[in-house]
Design a protein. Structure first.
Length: 214
């Protein structure tokens, strides 16, 4: 096992994670902290806990992404590249053709994403666009972390995407109420896993999303 705080604090990254992959995650962490001095990528209050609060939190979604039927992952409101860059780094040695597509409206954040995807040689596309204005998009997975509430993500998925298989979202302590309200309007199947970084949170994978009474 690689002797590092990052590996020791999780159970989902297997013992064969390469030193190169770990090194890239460390380098990405440092890049965020450095860039955060000039643009707001993450909250200043979370800088000291970045490995757990942001990197590990993003990386745990790999349980829902590392599947044979997933080749393209679209990260909405990508910001600092959490979780998209983290997933790209983790998936690169497993599936070199795995692609991450980023939608980030901010010019400065999209430039940062371009720098990071080039730095880590990721198969990616970065769009400095408003996702609400896009149409007929195709992907295998829609993923979003701290972008918009679940009802809005559902509307984006059905209105702006022509094809997708799954939606992966982070839900907090109000998750039961959020899901109950969503099920009044939408039909969908879901799997959930307990968050490794918060006792009050889950990661949820949604499939077969359809609006009721359509």
């Amino acid at each position: 096992m690689i002797d590092s705080h990052f590996i020791k604090t999780d159970k989902y990254i297997s013992n064969n994670v390469s030193r190169e992959t770990l090194g890239e995650l460390e380098e990405f962490t440092n890049s965020i902290l450095h860039k955060n001095k000039s643009i707001n990528l993450i909250s200043k209050s979370t800088e000291k806990s970045i490995k757990t609060r942001h990197i590990l939190d993003s990386a745990q979604t790999i349980d829902f992404v590392d599947n044979n039927d997933i080749k393209v992952c679209t990260d909405l409101g990508s910001g600092a590249g959490l979780p998209g860059i983290v997933l790209g780094i983790l998936m690169k040695p497993k599936k070199p053709l795995f692609k991450v597509v980023f939608y980030e409206k901010s010019y400065h954040k999209s430039i940062f994403l371009k720098e990071m995807t080039k730095k880590f040689n990721l198969n990616s596309e970065i769009y400095q666009k408003d996702i609400f204005s896009e149409k007929n998009l195709h992907t295998d997975v829609i993923i979003s972390r701290a972008f918009k509430p679940l009802p809005i993500i559902f509307k984006i998925a059905k209105k702006n995407f022509r094809n997708f298989k799954y939606i992966i979202l982070f839900l907090g302590k109000s998750r039961k109420k959020i899901l109950q309200e969503a099920l009044k309007i939408w039909k969908f199947d879901y799997e959930e896993k307990k968050s490794l970084t918060s006792n009050e949170s889950i990661i949820i994978k949604i499939s077969n999303l359809e609006k009721k009474n359509e």
